[in-house]
Design a binder for this molecule. Structure first.
Ligand SMILES: [Zn+2]
Length: 106
């Protein structure tokens, strides 16, 4: 079970979309999560299974990319937790990026 999540930066207006969690037939091999590429500092939607130990990415489930989650809402995919508010913005680098689930996908 996966989700499509829309982002919006409350500081600079940056927005995009990403997917969290694999589908019904791919969840054992595919676990897409939002991440920051440490080399390019770009936002990427990467497979957590493949990259979790590579050291190449910071994941939005890590505390490093989390700031003040003022509405205290979270969502999760298995043991990965994401905050709805206060996430690192790849554009202005403030921790002002909001995450909202817009769709549930199989
Ligand atoms: Zn921003």
């Amino acid at each position: 079970m996966g989700n499509i999540v829309a982002t919006l930066c409350r500081s600079c207006g940056f927005k995009n979309e990403f997917r969290v969690g694999g589908g019904r037939f791919s969840h054992l091999t595919s676990c897409p999560v939002p991440a920051i590429n440490k080399e390019t500092l770009e936002f990427e939607n990467v497979n957590h299974y493949k990259h979790k130990d590579s050291g190449q990415y910071l994941f939005y489930s890590d505390d490093d990319l989390k700031g003040d989650n003022y509405n205290d809402k979270r969502f999760s995919n298995f043991d990965l937790y994401f905050n709805e508010e206060g996430n690192y913005c790849p554009s202005c680098r403030a921790k002002k990026l909001a995450f909202r689930i817009t769709m549930y996908v199989d």
